[in-house]
Every structure is written in structure tokens, then in C-alpha cells.
Design a protein around this ligand. Structure first.
Ligand SMILES: [Zn+2]
Length: 74
């Protein structure tokens, strides 16, 4: 084996590993992102503060003033 071959093999091997890691990362991101529900947006009726909370909750308490609010309908 010539030293050049070892250098080329090492370089391409490293690049291949990085490419695989990037692909795997991208795949993992695409697999998990749609499953995750985005937070529900709430807008306080009392102080107009906009905040987010768990999408499972029907009503959320305003972190600013404590007013209970319904989610914002688009
Ligand atoms: Zn408020």
C-alpha cells in the first residue's frame, strides 16, 4: 500500500462517515418532527400577552396576569 492510497482512503473514509451522519441526522429529524405537535398559541383576553402552552389543554392560564384563556383560532 502506498502512502498516497492510505491518505486518500482515510480522507474519503472520514467524508463518508460525515455524510452518513448527516443523512442519519436528517432522517431522524424528518421522522420525529411531524409527530411532534406544535404548541397551541394563546392570547390573553385581559393583558393581550401572547404565549404558548401544551396542545392537550383546553384552557391555559396567562403567565403575566393569571387570566384563563382559550386557544387562538385561526
Ligand atoms: Zn394576561
Amino acid at each position: 500500500m502506498s502512502p498516497e492510497f492510505i491518505i486518500y482512503a482515510w480522507t474519503f473514509g472520514t467524508l463518508a462517515v460525515f455524510a452518513l451522519l448527516a443523512l442519519w441526522n436528517e432522517h431522524r429529524r424528518r421522522t420525529f418532527e411531524p409527530a411532534r405537535q406544535p404548541d397551541t398559541i394563546f392570547r390573553c383576553e385581559k393583558c393581550a400577552a401572547v404565549y404558548t402552552d401544551d396542545p392537550a389543554v383546553e384552557r391555559s392560564r396567562c403567565p403575566q396576569c393569571g387570566q384563563t384563556n382559550h386557544p387562538v383560532e385561526f
